[in-house]
Design a protein around this ligand. Structure first.
Ligand code: HEM
Length: 163
């Protein structure tokens, strides 16, 4: 999504290719929105393992804050994209990969330039923040592996064990 978003906005490509890339980006984003919905339900309704006992109090606080920020960013990303295309002065439809699944636009904002600009700014600012959060998230996994010898990937995957 980062690569397609930056490429479709900045690359020197034809309008037709740009349109196609926009459609792919939007469709993938809508699929992500649904995947995210499933993820949030799983997170709410199933067991989440405690953070490892090797973590200090401040490690735990930082990890929780990072996770909350990650959730906020990944929710804001597709929602701001959806708001942006719903308010776009071009009023182009959004299809989810095949032309017969037309994703509805948010009602009440059609062709509203001001809302489009706000959503556009939220979209790229959040994308930048999300980029740093992802780097921090991966960095933390590597750091804790080296510092405490814990494999945090275990608690993110099916093999997660109670601790
Ligand atoms: C889940 C995550 C998503 C990520 C990580 C993401 C990421 C990005 C990035 C990095 C850009 C380039 C920002 C810029 O330079 O202006 C972008 C642009 C864009 N995104 Fe997304 N996006 C996501 C979801 C969506 C969704 C769901 C939609 C619409 C349904 C959408 C619609 C757009 C549009 C229309 C642009 C072009 C904005 C412009 O013309 O400046 N995005 N996206």
């Amino acid at each position: 999504m980062f690569v397609s978003g930056l490429y479709m906005v900045n690359a020197d490509i034809s309008k037709a290719d740009q349109y196609k890339l926009f459609q792919i980006h939007k469709a993938a984003g809508v699929v992500m929105l649904w995947t995210l919905f499933v993820r949030v339900c799983v997170r709410i309704f199933t067991y989440a393992p405690e953070l490892p006992i090797e973590f200090s109090k401040s490690d735990k606080k930082k990890a929780k804050a990072g996770h909350i920020l990650l959730y906020i960013a990944v929710v804001v990303m597709p929602l701001s994209g959806w708001l942006m295309v719903s308010a776009s002065p071009f009023g182009l439809p959004t299809f989810v990969f095949v032309d017969w699944i037309k994703w509805p636009h948010i009602p009440g904002v059609a062709r509203n330039k001001m809302i489009e600009t706000i959503a556009n700014n939220i979209h790229w600012i959040t994308a930048s923040i999300l980029g740093f959060l992802i780097i921090g998230h991966i960095g933390a996994v590597i750091w804790h592996r080296n510092k405490h010898g814990v494999n945090l990937l275990d608690r993110m995957w099916w093999s997660k064990t109670k601790r």
